[in-house]
Design a protein around this ligand. Structure first.
Ligand code: HEC
Ligand code: HEC
Length: 383
């Protein structure tokens, strides 16, 4: 049975389980019946496979959000990686080729708008999906909380200089602190929904109204589109757009809880210096919705941009070429491979790859007595 259908059935039967975050993919505990209804409608849309007649393409990476966000439950990840590329000259200056760094992998028939990476591209990077469990809580963290964490000039001399990503929010047209995406390129789930719907699926919407297919002329795009005009139109009855439903699904999707509390392991994690970037807990700002009001978010991230020597060479939003936003470590036990490009198979491999701003911390990690290092790894395995 499809997960969405199962949840829907449990909702109909009034099974309480579906509102308790006991298994990945549940809704946040404590939401209202109306919010749960939106969550379910969002889940349905998130898994719906779109066709060219629905607006898919002409250039796209996947035919549904769930193609890339499905393990261990809808909202998670898959092995799909997308490709970003561009050109870096001898002086190190990066230029976008054909107006975008995202080169979609697929096209809809008759494939006259198939994107390809131009020969001049000498930076080609892969990006792995990011799980969405707990995303509504991440959204509810105030900009001021992230600004208070940043230390761009490394004033405290710990070798770590996290920067908050100052970006323009496409929905509200104002400066916000980005926190979603490997480059912290979006601040809200609505903006990310619009971005993903257009860029991953080729479905234009009010936030991203124009098709994007780098290297393909506008006139050609017209010819290979099965539809005309804005593709994500409001539903006549509910007045909601698909991007509103994606937003609702992700907003009310519960975080993955750790299997157990391990205070000793957490103390080692902090003493080693991992917590300098993987901040164990952030607190949400004041929120009219009690589910998001002043809540402790145990995500293990400062949501800031750092250069830990793993960067992909692609500047994006406020992020420089080699900066990556600290990933949350919640739900880590369900996630492999690791790192932004999926290049680390194990947690140890991911840790060993840290350099740059994390150099001193990693030196400390390497110097840990083996029993203590084991304790740290056991702790990470509970997340
Ligand atoms: C082809 C695969 C693919 C599809 C389809 C896809 N995503 Fe993603 N998603 C990704 C990748 C890859 C990232 C990381 C992108 C980056 O930062 O460069 C991501 C990141 C995200 C994030 C950021 C999460 C965080 O905590 O930082 C959100 C939100 C998101 N996707 C929502 C969606 C929605 C909504 C849809 C459907 C409209 C969708 N995605 C479709 C691959 C995909
Ligand atoms: C200077 C900031 C910083 C410090 C210190 C730091 N990390 Fe990270 N960590 C990052 C960033 C940034 C990434 C993402 C790198 C990438 O994907 O290219 C990351 C990635 C990871 C990942 C992979 C997560 C995923 O979803 O792919 C793990 C696991 C991890 N760190 C654990 C640790 C541990 C354990 C320590 C302490 C020994 C530590 N980190 C110290 C910033 C830091």
């Amino acid at each position: 049975m499809k997960h969405g259908r199962l949840l829907a059935l449990m909702g109909t039967l009034g099974v309480g389980l579906c509102q308790s975050p006991d298994f990945p993919g549940s809704a946040l505990a404590g939401i209202t019946p109306r919010e749960f209804e939106l969550f379910q409608a969002g889940l349905d849309d998130f898994t719906e496979v779109e066709t060219a007649e629905d607006g898919l393409g002409p250039a796209f990476n996947g035919a549904s959000c769930a193609v890339c966000h499905a393990v261990p439950a809808i909202g998670g990840i898959t092995a799909m990686t997308e490709v970003r590329a561009g050109h870096r000259d001898a002086a190190g200056k990066f230029t976008e080729l054909n107006g975008s760094t995202l080169f979609q992998l697929f096209s809809t028939p008759p494939h006259t708008c198939q994107v390809r990476i131009p020969a001049e591209a000498n930076v080609v990077a892969r990006r792995a999906p990011i799980p969405l469990f707990g995303a509504g809580l991440v959204e509810a963290i105030g900009d001021e909380t992230l600004l208070a964490l940043e230390d761009p000039e490394d004033a405290n001399g710990d070798g770590i200089s996290g920067r908050a990503a100052r970006i323009e929010d496409v929905a509200e047209h104002r400066m916000r602190i980005g926190r979603f995406g490997w480059k912290a390129q979006q601040a809200t789930l609505l903006a990310f929904s619009g971005d993903a719907y257009r860029n991953e699926m080729g479905i234009t919407n009010e936030l991203f109204p124009l098709e994007s297919a780098p290297g393909i002329e506008a006139a050609q795009l017209q010819l290979c589109s099965a539809t005309r005009g804005m593709e994500d139109v409001r539903d006549r009855r509910t007045k909601l757009r698909a991007i509103d439903l994606f937003e609702a699904f992700m907003k009310f999707l519960a975080p993955i809880e750790p299997v157990s509390e391990d205070a000793g392991g957490l103390a080692t994690f902090t003493a080693t210096g991992c917590a300098a970037c993987h901040t164990p807990v952030l607190t949400t700002a004041r929120n009219a919705n009690p589910v998001f009001d002043h809540k402790a978010v145990r995500l293990f991230s400062d949501l800031l941009l750092h250069d830990v020597g793993t960067g992909d060479g692609i500047p994006q939003g406020a992020a420089e070429a080699d900066e990556i936003r600290t990933p949350g470590l919640w739900g880590l036990r369900f996630r492999r491979p690791l790192l932004h490009d999926g290049s680390a198979a194990t947690v140890v491999e991911a840790i060993e790859r840290h350099a740059g701003e994390a150099t001193r911390v990693i030196e400390r990690y390497r110097a840990l007595p083996s029993a203590v290092r084991e304790q740290l790894l056991r702790f990470l395995a509970t997340l």
